[in-house]
Design a binder for this molecule. Sequence first.
Ligand code: 5GP
Length: 180
Amino acid sequence: MADDLSEVLYQPEEIEARVKELAAQIDSDYAGKNVLMVGILNGAVMMMADLTRAMHEHCQMDWMAISSYGSGVASSGVVRILKDMNAPVEGRHVLVVEDIVDTGLTLSYLLDNLRSRNPASIEICAAFRKPEAVRAQNVQVKYLGFDIPSDFVVGYGLDYDGRYRNLRGLGILDPKVYSG
Ligand code: 5GP
């Protein structure tokens, strides 16, 4: 897999260290609150697993699966919920765990949906964020791993055509892989 990257952005150790810092921050912010962590499948699986195991406070884990409407590579921001959470949201402190925020449109739609269920609070944790999300300000990421360039990246849960999710670091996929 590593041969298919044009550049390694973060080594596994760097991601691990940053995730531990985020876990400590979340522990402190949500002490005694039994935060409801909602992972967005499939990309957030690695982040969720590492983050929650680095925490010392109690937390609950739940999952949503979504798919974007429409075709093409651009995010439309309108998403379809393929799998909803099992836990009720009302009155809970919810922390949405996402792999990467690009335009922020997907998360912005999801947040509106979750807010309508009356949580006590709702925040976002994302492993990576692209410049467009910073520019557009569609969503505020309270707990962020790393700001990265706008290139197409894989690893740490992020795939290309279903592959590379199990790559431990994060890298830019060499265009030769998708240009044939
Ligand atoms: P947004 O709605 O923020 O534009 O899109 C977010 C979603 O697009 C992410 O959850 C992820 O599935 C996908 N995405 C955005 N950038 C990348 C990338 O560089 N690599 C991969 N594998 N997926 C990405």
